[in-house]
Design a protein around this ligand. Sequence first.
Ligand SMILES: O=P(O)(O)OC[C@H]1O[C@](O)(CO)[C@@H](O)[C@@H]1O
Length: 577
Amino acid sequence: MTAIYQSAAWAALKEHVSTVDALHLRDLMQDEARCAALTAQHGDILLDFSRQRVTSETMDMLFNLCEAADLEGKRAAMFGGEKINTTEGRAVFHVALRAPRDATMCVDGKNVIPDVHEVLDRIGDFATRVRSGEFKGCTGKPLRNVVSVGIGGSYLGPEFVYEALRTDKEAAVQAAGRRLRFLANVDPVDAKRALEGLDPEETLVVVVSKTFTTAETMLNARTLKDWLVSHLKGKATTEAITKSHIVAVSTSVEKCQAFGVDAANIFGFWDWVGGRYSVCSAVGALPLALQYGYDAVKAFLAGAHDMDRHFLEAPLRQNLPVLLGVLGVWNSTFLGSACRALLPYSQALLRFAAHIQQVDMESNGKRVAIDGTELPFEAGEVDFGEPGTNGQHSFYQLIHQGRIVPCDFLGYCESPAPVSLAGEPVTNHDELMSNFFAQADALAYGKTAEQCAEEGVPEPLRPHKVFPGNRPSSSLLFPKLNAFSLGQLLALYEHRTGVQGFIWGVNSFDQWGVELGKQLASKASSTLEVRTELSKARSSNAVPEGFNPSTTAMLAHFLKHSAAGKLAAAEELATAK
Ligand SMILES: O=P(O)(O)OC[C@H]1O[C@](O)(CO)[C@@H](O)[C@@H]1O
């Protein structure tokens, strides 16, 4: 297959850029037929991409590019369980995690759906027993608190969904009297914050790790095990404490058992689930079912599945993930915007951008094509975002008058927590949404020097008050935020990332780029080992070996200034033994 960047479709788009550069959204938005054509709908979800710098010709060319990239073939291969993650020799089958029980979806000729639902059933049963108090702590107390220990894909997705459902009426009822905390960072501050105010007798620790080898997660898991044992040791054996207070989610049952987790308390998933695509597995399903009940999880999975069907079956021109994907490729590869802003006008989605940062940037932040050849263009976008209207008072100055940053605006017609004050002309949600509508238009239309003059802006100030406009954005309008629509939103953005990777010809499902930093970190960590090198800590002037001059100097500075803390820690340990 010809490399996509050598295709006629790619060359045509390159050529077409100058045509679009001669146009301004201010004029394009006057064309009602164009605006109507640049919308798409899935059920009650409306996507309006008329504020994208495209004409119908641009869209035709982008769909030619999809054909040249064999997008539909690659999509079918993914849904067919083929091992499209060639560098790891794995299928990419997160869609199977949310398929109905009667579906048949195979990897290596084996239908994986029975296994998927066997784990989901166990999660439903376990969550019900913990929430009812049938499954108790080792001292007989109900386990009201859950601390989910995991990082990256074993944390960001579950936390995004947890935060999003906190203000959902039904979910809030189900969460009454319960606490769910996340511990991701190896920074001891994160452990302190996660455990703040928690009674160990009422706390269940869920250790979440696809590999069960990630350094941060395993050290945090040992730290929390130590916390439980040190507080409960007078009341039960370590084995009994572990059996009642520690469960695990992983693809490696053996490693979980080696950590001491009882086999009945291990919830598996499979290597065909990428970490950053794992929120629909036990990674998300278990902590969320413990907090909100299993019905919320079922609704979330059903929403994701609904979007999977849409992605698989809808014609490309009416296919929301495909439209968002091709527009992302157009803005970044052809119009040269390296960044993209995710702007949910919903405070409940405060952790959405963080999750999509990993989904998108760990997937498409690649320098070589899937066959290993170097790419002559930059793949991947730099994603960032903040809920509206907060972002308006932070980085919107730049997106209006600084560099061009394509934006995705997300909004909901209904608020999960409506407020309307007597005497106020609009409800609080309407006030929020008026900004949702206004900001996209302000970016598109801008304000000219002539308009500034008409407003009486003094000459010298005009250049500062001109808004160039012509800044692209898409607007997504959902009816309301609940577990089902959250599943739809998640799958929409997962598939958007997949579409871009399929077009760019990269492997969106591996992440070799995270390894070097980890290797160097474990090398540095061995230098900073305290417990066995008690003596070394005393002589804080020990010069670390094996590093470049600047790292050596920094390590020496760190050792010098942290020796005191370490000495205290080491002596405390020595006396404790
Ligand atoms: O779930 P695990 O195996 O602990 O990995 C955590 C995260 O670390 C990464 O491998 C990156 O380092 C992510 O891809 C993954 O989501």
